[in-house]
Write a protein that binds this ligand. Structure first.
Ligand SMILES: [Zn+2]
Ligand SMILES: [Zn+2]
Length: 131
């Protein structure tokens, strides 16, 4: 049993070959758009349809194995769920980087009675490769 196999099971999902393929591509890319993911997954499973890919993505999002990252002026990106982190989005090359961020203040919202469902912190700017 490989890592992805276990990750899927831990999220109450069946570990199908296609899902394992999706996850391994996503791990290589870090953050990926559905179009790029579709191009890549086609190399592994030439007959997979976009609808099937969407269905699998949806299941894994529902079970919190994947997270959506919405950045300005770009299609939604997807990543494998990790510990809380913020994102740095480069307005020039479009690259999205993970950055450490102290989310401890966010918990105060819940003390104020706010029911928190999702947190996204995205910084926009120019990355060091583009400076
Ligand atoms: Zn850049
Ligand atoms: Zn990330």
């Amino acid at each position: 049993m490989n890592n992805f196999d276990m990750m899927l099971r831990e999220h109450n999902l069946k570990a199908t070959k296609q899902r394992i393929g999706i996850l391994s591509i996503m791990q290589d890319y870090g953050h990926i758009k559905i179009d790029d993911l579709y191009t890549q997954i086609k190399n592994l499973f030439p007959s997979i349809s976009l609808a099937t890919l969407y269905k699998n993505m949806h299941m894994m999002l529902e079970n919190k194995l994947l997270t959506e990252v919405s950045v300005k002026n770009s299609k939604t990106l997807y990543e494998i769920t990790k510990d809380s982190h913020a994102h740095m989005h480069c307005e020039n090359c479009g690259e999205v980087y993970d950055v450490d961020f102290d989310f401890s203040k966010v918990e105060d919202l819940e003390k104020d009675g706010f029911v928190l469902k999702d947190t996204q912190v995205i910084f926009s700017g120019i990355c060091k490769n583009c400076k």
